[in-house]
Design a protein around this ligand. Sequence first.
Ligand code: ZN
Length: 154
Amino acid sequence: MAIRNIVKEGDPVLTKICRPVEKFDERLAQLLDDMYETMVKGEGVGIAAPQVGILRRIFVIDIGEGKLEFINPKILKTKGRQEGSEGCLSCPGEFGITERPMYVTVTAQNRNGDHFTINAEGLLAKAICHENDHLDGILFKEHIIRKIDPNELK
Ligand code: ZN
């Protein structure tokens, strides 16, 4: 495993639409392991492939309940709404209150190519929406309804 460089806001790679994953091979497994390690090191709860410069539809999340890997994800359904603070490994030091759905149903593939569907709520639902947006070149700032001074969080 290896720590990869996190692409920062301003890099055009973060504004691109990512392509689906077609090969479920050792290289994909390595990328997933590296993404997870990079996320943990950065103290994030999620990371998407474009954040390490790879334009593929992949993200990894761990909100403290274990690692979840999403390949070629599709959000099937959203319900409700939540407001809360949000930040991004690609936008260090910037936080804002965003509005997100409270519940999402998402289908994706795992590293072996097997399909799965999960119902998520709360923080996990927010993380899924945040990371899924990265795959379409969208940053969390587009969902900010109020900016937060980083000192407010201390
Ligand atoms: Zn992000």
